[in-house]
Design a protein around this ligand. Sequence first.
Ligand code: DX5
Ligand code: ZN
Length: 216
Amino acid sequence: MVKLSPSILSADFRKLEEQIRRVDKAGAEFIHIDVMDGQFVPNISFGCPILKAVKGVTDKVLDVHLMIEEPDRFIDDFIAAGADLITIHYEADKHIDRTINYIKSNGVKAGIALNPGTPVSVLKNLINIVDMVLIMSVNPGFGGQKFIPYTIDKLSELKEMAEERNKDLLIQVDGGVGIDNAAEIIEAGANVLVAGSAVFKDDKIEENIAAMKGVF
Ligand code: DX5
Ligand code: ZN
């Protein structure tokens, strides 16, 4: 079954609680929390206080995407704040095996994210120790960017690798996902779709989620 993970980066922060409740009620399975440090990516978003606040209003899977350098420094904090699934970038951690195992040893699910330019082949020895792989389909840092077409090939390649080495793998795609390309993305192998602007646009959260789910 394909899951939807709305990214609150595109939410209206003046009414975050209301927006989370609406996303929850409209049937999103995950809620995607984009953490940016202004170092790994050229933008700063938010951190644990927001995660804690979101945790207070929903029981959905809190899917935390850490776009931060040396994420191992903050794993304990994000676990304490309520993360259910923590994804770190392959490019940001010199000791990715250690960090993944540390996350899992705390009973939290772990994922690895790949920037568009990072090949799927780097996962050869890691795919069977993670719960999820996130294929970035834009260069991380901002919502509302255009989907990069070649990342479709990366999804197919990952799907093939997962069939051999980790059948339960969650294959997440993030960036520029909307109703126009969701079918193609799912066809290529993704089973968790992140969407920011496509979910929150025009404050039509319910309609947008229904339209997206109609494609699944
Ligand atoms: C980009 C973030 C994405 C972003 C997606 O760096 O990781 O999660 O919020 O936004 P859209 O769906 O608008 O591309
Ligand atoms: Zn993200």
